[in-house]
Design a protein around this ligand. Sequence first.
Ligand SMILES: [Zn+2]
Length: 267
Amino acid sequence: MKKIIKGILMMFGALTVVMGLTLQAESLESTKEEGVPKKVYMAVIIDDFGNQMAGTDAIANLPIPLTGAVIPGMPFAKEDANTLHAAGKEVIIHVPLEPINGKPNWLGPKGITTGMGEEKVKANLEDALEEIPYAVGMNNHMGSRAMQSKMIVSTMMDFANEKGFYFVDSKTYDNKIAAAIAEEKHTTYMMRDIFLDNTPTTEHAIGQLQAALKVAKEKGYAIVIGHVGPQKGPHTSAALKTMIPKLQAENVEFVTVSTLIDNLRAQ
Ligand SMILES: [Zn+2]
């Protein structure tokens, strides 16, 4: 009898220990949930590569996966694409599209305008792909006018589908034409959330990255666009350099647009 009671007591003892551990584990987990912010994704796209402009090397050397958009037809399109790829960054075609306001030379020799026929638009896109190695997607350079052309947008979405590319709408002009055509054609289509450098100062770009964190916390991810170039490049790269560790401490995972799309599909 004594032996049995002792056995029961031992069992109780063991149970208390197990329960104690379980409780402890639970409280550890809840502390972790409260203390560590939810993981969110941030995809940084840097536009206007192709001219070896200010900020090119600084961006290529940032210690995060990012996506560089190269303008076809520019003197150093191929070189910049190679620089980005060699640094382990993702490369996309930054399709130069006619704006409502702006100089024609901002588009370069491979610009796509509303005066062109479908064959010419297609030919320019094919040329761009030949010129820019490693491209896996595309986004629009300017395009406030051309992004309203159903023919141009349809041709781009067909091209994206044919090549297995995604299309990121830089949203240089607020219209829903591209979104509607992409949906109709089942093109992988994403939209830019935040421009980093409409005002070319480091402080502004830092503020925009903080705004992007807010967006990411709300919807799980944010797509931000910055630029290389004499005005914006140095500020945008400096702001990213400062903010990358701060955002990572907030549990932001920097990803290329491809990885973001893969992760969203897997959810
Ligand atoms: Zn651009």
